[in-house]
Ligand binder design. Structure first.
Ligand code: PLP
Length: 499
């Protein structure tokens, strides 16, 4: 009988039984590789990649192995349409328990009236939230007016009328090119097709939200939904002021905190800056600053709860019970004191990094940051965001290019780099390491040369001296070796066994 991978690991590591995380990882991969060895190998390669490149993608993080292991199991097999104790399938008792824990934990974590944890992603959460508001404000009053409850009792004329009304509502959200999300009314997203969508932008000079300007637009447009939240705005938002605007025009205030949910959970954003206190409905992802599994979340005031809980059948099919389990684990982690410290450190690191970059003559949009992210303006280096993104990745830094507001280079080439500190903070890095990262940017950005052919300067091609690349990569590896990702996992062993 040949030895199993797990046996080989145990034979070579007398203390292995004290490292259940590694044992579980090996056992899982071995089981996967019996069917798909190339997939097991890719998982190990991804670990290697993340251990040798600094992750500065503002929307990513490193979830705990507790979160990850809660996801990798038989719960994925279960159908559980409906909501806890109200299902369309038999045998949901355990999923009910899991979902109830996830909901109660989320409510306690955020101080929310009600939580709905089924959305598969942030985009799905927004879709459920939009339709919940439409049901609450448009469909329900219409049904009451015509004295009918069951949609199948409506005549064809009544049905056409309600569909027309649902399709004619106004949405006012942050412009995609000012840091808003695709789902906030971008024309290539269904949000702009189901709503009559309008957008506010940041101020051209300051790069900041101008609340008086938003109020003026809201007064003219009178939207059903005023939407706040962002994917690439480096400042905090005054949600009390946004609610005041919403109330003034009779709009529902919806906040999409996908990016900064961890900063709300960790009590960095409190008072006026805590959306849960001020918005009617709040959507989020669970995998960004919140550091949970990939998924979505909705929090709402009690009056909206009955609509939100109908996410299935309204928008969704069955939930992902394995992910609900992982969400419950993540919410429990986020309720610990450690998480508060972590959330505050994310912002301290972000502000330290912005200051260190500025000291090295690197331009930061709006001059700094209040949250976990910032935008570097690369134009002073005579390059595009696309060139900078590719060059820093060659040197061991993973991030994404991002259009600056009113970007002359458009959304493809861009003039910006978006940088976030949630992941490096999870690794345990602090202010000194932010200075090291700033050194790397200064070294790399200052040496990128756009390719020139026949006097035409490329927006995509560039050269970067091999010596600079080598220097930068060494510095990156030196830094990451001091802050290993998932230190319980023995990468050398995994690489040997799964290739
Ligand atoms: C990331 C993000 C989303 C979408 O989340 P997915 O899980 O990728 O669908 C929605 N809204 C905002 C503001 C985001 O930043």
């Amino acid at each position: 009988m040949s030895q199993s991978v797990l046996e080989r690991y145990l034979a070579n590591n007398p203390d292995a039984v004290k490292n259940p995380e590694m044992l579980a990882f090996v056992a899982q991969l071995e089981t996967v590789s019996q069917v798909a060895p190339e997939i097991a190998a890719s998982i190990v390669k991804e670990l290697a990649d993340q251990r040798s490149n600094i992750k500065l993608i503002a929307s990513e993080n490193f979830s705990s192995l507790s979160v990850q292991y809660a996801m990798g199991n038989l719960l994925t097999d279960k159908y559980a349409e409906g909501f806890p104790r109200h299902r369309f399938y038999a045998g949901c008792d355990n999923v009910d328990d899991i979902e109830e824990v996830a909901c109660r934990e989320a409510e306690a974590l955020f101080g929310a009236d009600h939580a709905y944890v089924q959305p598969h992603s942030g985009a799905d959460a927004n879709m459920v939230a939009f339709w919940s508001v439409l049901m609450w404000k448009i469909q329900s009053p219409y049904l009451e007016e015509i004295g009918k409850k069951n949609l199948y009792d409506l005549s064809k004329e009544e049905w056409d009328e309600i569909r027309k009304q649902l399709g004619n509502q106004r949405l006012l959200g942050l412009d995609y090119y000012s840091g808003g999300h695709l789902t906030h009314g971008y024309r290539y997203n269904v949000s702009a097709q189901m709503f009559d969508a309008y957008s506010y932008g940041v101020n051209r000079e300051t790069g900041l939200l101008d609340y008086d300007e938003i109020e003026k637009m809201a007064m003219e447009i009178k939207p059903l939904i005023l939407l706040a939240g962002y994917s690439a705005y480096p400042r905090k938002i005054d949600f009390a002021r946004m609610r005041e605007i919403a109330d003034k025009v009779g709009a529902v205030l919806m906040v999409d905190m996908a990016h900064f949910a961890g900063l709300v959970a960790g009590k960095v954003f409190t008072g006026n800056y805590n959306p849960v206190e001020h918005a009617h409905i709040v959507t989020s992802t669970t995998h960004k600053t919140l550091r949970g599994p990939r998924g979505g979340l909705i929090l709402c005031k009690q009056e909206l709860a009955e609509y939100v809980d109908k996410g299935c059948p309204m928008v969704l099919g069955g939930p992902l019970p394995h992910v609900l389990a992982a969400k419950a684990v993540a919410f429990k982690e986020a309720r610990k004191k450690d998480f508060e410290t972590y959330a505050h450190k994310i912002v301290e690191n972000s502000q330290a990094l912005a200051e260190e970059l500025k000291k090295r003559n690197i331009t930061i949009a709006t001059g700094g940051t209040d949250n976990h992210l910032m935008l570097i303006d690369v134009r002073p280096f005579g390059i595009t965001g696309r060139q900078a993104e590719a060059a820093v990745r060659e040197c061991g830094i993973t991030l994404n290019r991002n259009a600056l507001p009113y970007d002359p280079n458009g959304p493809w080439y861009t003039s910006g780099l978006r940088i976030g500190t949630p992941a490096v903070t999870s690794l345990g890095m602090g202010k000194n390491e932010m200075a090291e990262i700033a050194d790397l940017f200064a070294l790399i950005l200052g040496n990128i040369k756009p390719t020139e052919t026949d006097g035409k300067i490329s927006k995509a091609k560039y050269t970067l001296d091999d010596n600079i690349k080598k220097q930068a990569k060494e510095k990156v590896q030196n830094l990451l070796d001091r802050f290993p990702l998932y230190p319980s996992l023995d990468l050398n062993f995994l690489k040997k066994e799964f290739k």
